[in-house]
Design a binder for this molecule. Sequence first.
Ligand code: GCO
Ligand code: MG
Length: 402
Amino acid sequence: MKITDAYVNITSPGRNFVTLKIVTDEGIYGLGDGTLNGRELAVAAYLTEHVIPCLIGRDPFQTEDIWQYLYRGAYWRRGPVTMSAIAAVDVALWDIKGKALQTPIYNLLGGRSRESVMVYCHAFGKDVGAALEDVAKHKEMGYRAIRVQSGVPGLKSTYGVGKVAGHYEPAERGLPTEYEWETEAYLRSVPPLFSKMRETFGEELHLLHDCHHRLTPIEAARLGKELEPFHLFWIEDPTPAELQEGFRLIRQHTTTPLAVGEVFNSLWDAHELIRNQWIDYVRATVVHAGGLTHLKKLADFAALYHVKTGCHGATDLSPVSMAAALHFGLAVHNFGIQEHMPHSEETDAVFPHQYSYQDGYMHPGDKPGLGVDLDEKLAAHYEYQRAYLPVNRKQDGTLTDW
Ligand code: GCO
Ligand code: MG
């Protein structure tokens, strides 16, 4: 089998998505997601200008060699743009392989290690009362694991809390929105939020929380310690992770489990974190960390150190990525949990898919390959619209991490 053509599709059914389609001489094609929120066109250009010309004529079964060719062969390694582009190629090739062999991708990754994968959803509210209501609603929908975010008294906006109830999409069209941040107010607000959650919902429900890179290690250590009585499943991205050693300090002070890595591009971003057992869950995803070929290596490395997967799954990861994540989650032994932020109806219509949700669990479906398609006619109705993630400033105007 040979690759005869490949092209990038850019569509915006409510939000932007970049999809790579690779076509073969046997008529089988594969899809890969290359969406990088707020920087979509950089990946699209990387693919069109620099990657696609090197793919034509290659054997799509050579996922390892093609991965190495694009990674080592570029000389310039890693980074979100490069690794998302490599991921788009890699996943499209696994899709082709699955279709050609007439088997779902999970069978090519080791087969089923479980019946289905536990997912967590997002609940939020402008205050504790509203967050409680939203958690109750999601519990009713069968979710066994719920991430909870609430507004911070004194701040006009914060990460994870939508302007309207029930809908949160951080990227906005137009230029970046500016958010406001005050660490002390935030640190005071989180323990009472989770105290109320446990008081209301008991111990069985898994509760998660995303700090979204906003704390220093010692602040994160304080938060983790104060949350210990409420037995969280994890706190996520407590501090920016460029300095992997920062996690040593957090770890020395708290038994609250730590998750990190939605912005990681490769195993090297998590190497020290895993090797030193400073984290419990690694959140690197198929799309931003080089595809299934690389993420499988990362997961296998993490398994040696009791670190489980907890892959990113926000709406900026297209249904193509969601399907890949579910095949991966069904297969890898050290799967922990998968994030599930359902897409809009428009997005689901553009990407018809086999995966399904039931009672807090998801399954990728048993169709050969990924089990996702791209309706190119429908996609053409939704033209790309420039959009950005917000930026964040402290109350004195200093730019800080969003
Ligand atoms: C999450 C993430 C997202 C990111 C978003 C950025 O845990 O789901 O933090 O909400 O902010 O994916 O593109
Ligand atoms: Mg997050």
